[in-house]
Write a protein that binds this ligand. Structure first.
Ligand code: GLU
Length: 511
C-alpha cells in the first residue's frame, strides 16, 4: 500500500443526469489525483439494469469535458490498461463471479433462495416484533431459505434445478468493525448494524457493493472518494476486503460531506428553486418528463462553476476564494474538507461567475456576445462591440445580461423611460437640449472632456441645468446604465445628435 501509485476513480451510475454533487465528487478526486501526479479514471457502474437511463453516460462524459476535469483513463476517454471500464462489460470477464465464489468457498458469503414474498413476510414479522430496522442479517437469516439453513443436498438440488438465488455477505454477529476515513477519522460500527448485503443478484449481475470492490482492487485504486450517503455501507465493504484477503490493497476512504439547501435545512434537492442550476448541462429526464437547466446553458463559465464547487465543503485555510483549476490542484487536501454539510449559496454562485466575467478581456467578452447580437439581428464593428462589453460588464453577472443592459448601443430608442420623463421633462427642456445639440454639433473632438465642456457651455447660455438623467434617457431610452460620458463617447457624436433630435421630435409631438 505504501508506495502505491495515486489512482482515483469517479464511478457514477448512469441512472440520470449527473448533478452538481456528483461533479464535486469527480472534482475532488481529480484534484487529489493531479496533485500527486496520479491517475483519474472514469468507471461506469451500470450493474443495475433497471435504473439504466439512455444518454446518461454521454451526459457524464460531456459534463466532465465541459468542466475541464478530464479523466486520463476510462469510458469516453480512450480507455487504458484496465479496459473495459463499464461494469456490464467487466462482468463478462468473470471477475465478479470469481470473487463471489471465493467468498462463498471461504464461508463468508452464502446462497439465498428467498422469494420476494418470503422477504416481505420476514419484514412484516420483524416489524410486528417491533424491530426498528428490519433487515436480512445474522439473526433473521436463521429463519430464511439459504445455504446456511438448508442442507448441502437441498442447496445442490436447488442450484441444479436453476432456482433463482442471490449471493449474500455473511456478516458476523456482534463484532466491532473499525475503519479510517481521511475526512472523518476513525469510524467504529458494530456488525449487528450491518445487513447481509446482496453481492450477486439473481440475474447474475453483481451489486455495487461487490462490483466496486472487485474493480477498485483490479484497477489498483488508491483512494475511493464518494458521497456521505455511502458511509453506512462502508463497514460491509471493509468485511469484503478482509474476507477476500485484500485489506492490504484497500483504497483509503474519503466520504464527502453533503451539500445542503441554502437555508441549511436538509440535503440540496435537484429540484431546488433558487434559480441556480443543479446540473452542469441541460438535462431532460425521460422517465419523469422533467427538464433541468444546466450551468453551461445558463451562461456560467466552467471555471466559475468549478471554482464554486471547489469551495463547497473545502477551504484553503486562507481568505482566498478565486482559484483556477491549477491553483485548486496545488492547494487541495482532504484534511481541509469539512466533516459537516456544506451550504449551497446561490448568490455566491453568481458572484463567482461575475468575478470570472470581470477577469475576461473585452475581446473575449465580445466574442461571447457576438452570437447574442446575431440572434437579435444586429451587427457592429468589433471595436465597438468591445467598447460596449467594457461598459456593460461592470453591472453584469453573465454575458447573456449584456443585451438587456445594452441593446440601446445597437438600436436607437423609440420610447423613453416614462418615470424619468414625467419627472424631469419640462417647458425648458426642449430649449436646453436644442442648445446642447448645437454645442455638440460644433465639437471637433468627441471625448468625455469636450462633452462635459459642451454641457457647461449650454448651461451658461441657457441659464438652466442640463439634466444628466434626462440626457441619458433621451439618448438610450433607459433610466440607468454606465457612466453617462462614457456612454455618449462610445455612441459617437453623430449618433448622439441624431438620437437627441429624434427624441425632441417624439416628445414634442406627444406634448
Ligand atoms: N456508483 C456509485 C454512485 O453512483 C459510486 C459510489 C463510489 O464512488 O464508490 O454513487
Amino acid at each position: 500500500m505504501e508506495n502505491k501509485r495515486v489512482r482515483l476513480r469517479f464511478a457514477p451510475s448512469p441512472t440520470g443526469g449527473l448533478h452538481m454533487g456528483g461533479v464535486r465528487t469527480a472534482l475532488f478526486s481529480y484534484l487529489f489525483a493531479k496533485k500527486h501526479n496520479g491517475d483519474f479514471i472514469l468507471r461506469i457502474e451500470d450493474t443495475d439494469q433497471t435504473r439504466y437511463v439512455k444518454g446518461a453516460e454521454e451526459y457524464i462524459i460531456e459534463s466532465l469535458k465541459w468542466c475541464g476535469i478530464e479523466p486520463n483513463e476510462g469510458v469516453g476517454f480512450g480507455d487504458g490498461p484496465h479496459a473495459p471500464y463499464r461494469q456490464s462489460e467487466r462482468k463478462e470477464l468473470g471477475i465478479y463471479a470469481k470473487y463471489s465464489k471465493q467468498l462463498i468457498d471461504g464461508g463468508h458469503a452464502y446462497y439465498a433462495f428467498d422469494t420476494n414474498e418470503e422477504l416481505d413476510a420476514m419484514r412484516k414479522r420483524l416489524e410486528a416484533a417491533k424491530v426498528v430496522a428490519p433487515q436480512y442479517n445474522s439473526v433473521s437469516r436463521q429463519n430464511m431459505r439459504n445455504s446456511l439453513t438448508l442442507s448441502e443436498d437441498e442447496v445442490k438440488k436447488l442450484l441444479d434445478a436453476g432456482t433463482p438465488y442471490v449471493v449474500r455477505l455473511k456478516v458476523p454477529r456482534n463484532e466491532e468493525i473499525r475503519f479510517h476515513d481521511i475526512i472523518r477519522g476513525w469510524v467504529v460500527v458494530n456488525s449487528t448494524q450491518v445487513d447481509d448485503k446482496v453481492l450477486l443478484k439473481s440475474d447474475g449481475m453483481p451489486t455495487y457493493h461487490l462490483a466496486h470492490i472487485v474493480d477498485d482492487i483490479d484497477m489498483e485504486i488508491s483512494h475511493a472518494v464518494r458521497g456521505e450517503e455511502w458511509l453506512p455501507s462502508a463497514p460491509a465493504h471493509i468485511l469484503i476486503y478482509r474476507y477476500l484477503g485484500k485489506e492490504d490493497v484497500m483504497p483509503k476512504l474519503a466520504h464527502l460531506p453533503l451539500i445542503l439547501k441554502p437555508d441549511g435545512n436538509g440535503k440540496l434537492s435537484k429540484r431546488d428553486k433558487s434559480g441556480i442550476p443543479m446540473f452542469p448541462l441541460n438535462w431532460f429526464d425521460e422517465r419523469t418528463n422533467e427538464s433541468y437547466v444546466g450551468y453551461r446553458e445558463s451562461g456560467f463559465f466552467p471555471e466559475a462553476f468549478v471554482n464554486m464547487l471547489g469551495m463547497l465543503g473545502w477551504n484553503p485555510g486562507t481568505p482566498q476564494e478565486i482559484f483556477s483549476l491549477q491553483e485548486l490542484i496545488e492547494a487541495f487536501s482532504f484534511e481541509r474538507v469539512n466533516k459537516s454539510g456544506a451550504k449551497f449559496d446561490p448568490e455566491k454562485t453568481k458572484w463567482f461567475n461575475q468575478q470570472y466575467l470581470r477577469k475576461k478581456s473585452d475581446a473575449e467578452l465580445a466574442e461571447l456576445f457576438l452570437p447574442i447580437l446575431k440572434e437579435n439581428g444586429v451587427s457592429a464593428e468589433t471595436s465597438y462591440i468591445e467598447g460596449v462589453c467594457r461598459l456593460v460588464k461592470e453591472k453584469a453577472h453573465f454575458v447573456n445580461e449584456f443585451w438587456a443592459g445594452g441593446s440601446y448601443f445597437f438600436i436607437a430608442p423609440t420610447s423613453y423611460d416614462e418615470k424619468v420623463i414625467a419627472k424631469k421633462w419640462n417647458e425648458n427642456s426642449k430649449g436646453v437640449f436644442t442648445k446642447l445639440i448645437e454645442e455638440f454639433t460644433a465639437l471637433n473632438v468627441w471625448d468625455a472632456t469636450t462633452i462635459h465642456n459642451a454641457i457647461v457651455e449650454t448651461e451658461t447660455k441657457t441659464s438652466a441645468k442640463v439634466d444628466l438623467q434626462l440626457l441619458r434617457v433621451l439618448t438610450s431610452g433607459a433610466a440607468g446604465g454606465p457612466a453617462i460620458h462614457d456612454m455618449l463617447v462610445l455612441l459617437g457624436k453623430e449618433e448622439v445628435i441624431k438620437r437627441l433630435n429624434s427624441a425632441l421630435q417624439t416628445l414634442n409631438s406627444n406634448s
